[in-house]
Design a protein around this ligand. Sequence first.
Ligand SMILES: NC(=O)C1=CN([C@@H]2O[C@H](COP(=O)(O)OP(=O)(O)OC[C@H]3O[C@@H](n4cnc5c(N)ncnc54)[C@H](O)[C@@H]3O)[C@@H](O)[C@H]2O)[C@@H](O)CC1
Ligand SMILES: Nc1ncnc2c1ncn2[C@@H]1O[C@H](COP(=O)(O)OP(=O)(O)O)[C@@H](O)[C@H]1O
Ligand SMILES: [K+]
Length: 511
Amino acid sequence: MKILSSEQIYEADKFTIKKQGITSDALMERAALKIFEWLHGRLQGAQVKIHVFCGIGNNGGDGMVLSRHLFEHGYNFQTYVVDFSEKRSKDFLLNLERLKDRKIWPSFLEAKSQLPQIGMDDIVVDAIFGIGLNRQPDKWVANLIKHINTSPAFVISVDVPSGLPSQKVSWKFTSVIKANHVLSFQVPKLVFLLPETGKYLDTWEILNIDLDSDFISGLESNYFLTQRSNLVSIYKPRTKFSHKGTYGHAVIIGGSHGKIGAVQLAGRACLRSGSGLVSMFVPGCGYNALQSSFPEAMILTDTAMDHITEIEIPFTASAIGIGMGLGTFKKTVVAFGEFLQKAKQPLVIDADGINILAKHQEMLKQLPENSILTPHPKELERLIGSWDDDFDKLDKANAFSMKHGVILVLKGANSLIVDGEKGYFNTSGNPGLATAGSGDVLTGIITGFLSQGYNSLEASIFGVYLHGLAADIKASEIGFEALIASDIIENLGKAFVELLRPKPPQNKKET
Ligand SMILES: NC(=O)C1=CN([C@@H]2O[C@H](COP(=O)(O)OP(=O)(O)OC[C@H]3O[C@@H](n4cnc5c(N)ncnc54)[C@H](O)[C@@H]3O)[C@@H](O)[C@H]2O)[C@@H](O)CC1
Ligand SMILES: Nc1ncnc2c1ncn2[C@@H]1O[C@H](COP(=O)(O)OP(=O)(O)O)[C@@H](O)[C@H]1O
Ligand SMILES: [K+]
């Protein structure tokens, strides 16, 4: 699914209005009705107090329309106009009049107004600012935002949490509604997915307001959200007369004294993701442990016991994952550099492999094209330098990917796969993944997909999604805290089954 800028959303609005021969007011009605239906479906007429805070633009207009429907269905609500500007939008005014026609008088809040009391069991609907926010809210509006944030009520934001800018801005945004849930129109917003801006909301969902799908399909976008349907179309089914050679012989290289577990996790994950054969290349100290704990794998060893000093693979591997538990010993760094010079096919590089590259940036030139680097935030910083904010981080990651011809998997909540100027956000996964070794498992999975003939981008997108889905399946049984890296491996099978389970056809084309 495409992620669009605010300008593109306004263009799609305009186009839809023209193409469908409707008024902008009708589109607002459609959007706000979706919000009402969402609420009504859950509340079923319950008399909980609903506070609807409306700005004076179209986001506020949505709040006005919502208020009208709340009134018509007998809800217990109070509407407030956060009267921060004289420049009210046409459709806001129209819907304010419609409220007044029904003898509903919103309470007008100004700088000196007393702020309303909000109770523990109340619901706040935040329709103050939408994607039109273009400067810092005035001090008194900031106070109101603070008042809502410190209230114990459940806060639902319309389209975006008010005060959260949709793109990079020159001012510091500190006055932002902390939304429990965001009901956003038509497309996900980039700011929901980045850590510094995404922290203002717990959860979000998209309400389809039928903007023209062909128009949206034609819009250029650099960022996308991976959905189940994208993966189903990437998936390569196994064929009847296939054999283990069909699915490749992957090699996992890494480990050092005390860190053989990292390689074991990656190797098992690689095999569980479907690689036909898996060999491990480890220092001598890993031999016994791996032979006894991982009978399906073949083990190759370095001449040194404690860490890797020379990498020799006596066959052509179909995919190689390297770096987990490797260490950055002098001889290992030399061996890694020499290995890169010989490497021909794309590699998956993680952990100390990335740390070595960060310290010896001349080695980046040796990377086979379309290699995949899987940094966590600290490793990313070592690799590309620090960033001012998340938008700057994206720019720097895109530039790095383009310059070196590699794919970056920026790990974290909503992991982002960066391929040149494009980026693909992941939607699976949970905080249970914040546990030792989960990154090693991911490297193994991506290597497993490369080994089976998926290209680097497909292997990264598929691998990251499946990794998160396996963790989601296990977390639904045992919660976040108890989840450990081995659980992800053990649930990869269930994740495949869940992903490929036929779903009822959707009648809407995805954009
Ligand atoms: N396709 C869609 O997504 C649709 C969007 N609609 C709604 O329209 C919203 C966008 O509406 P608008 O463009 O009117 O913008 P907003 O309602 O987000 O912005 C409020 C207005 O206040 C002004 N303003 C911005 N920042 C301010 C600040 N800090 N202090 C004071 N004034 C400020 C702006 O100039 C703008 O006129 C969306 O977020 C959504 O809620 C729906 O009504 C219809 C369909
Ligand atoms: N809060 C979170 N939500 C979703 N995924 C997470 C979260 N925290 C970590 N992850 C995922 O867990 C993995 C952690 O990788 P990494 O930090 O390299 O771990 P390790 O070095 O222990 O193997 C990544 O795939 C990352 O995306
Ligand atoms: K809002």
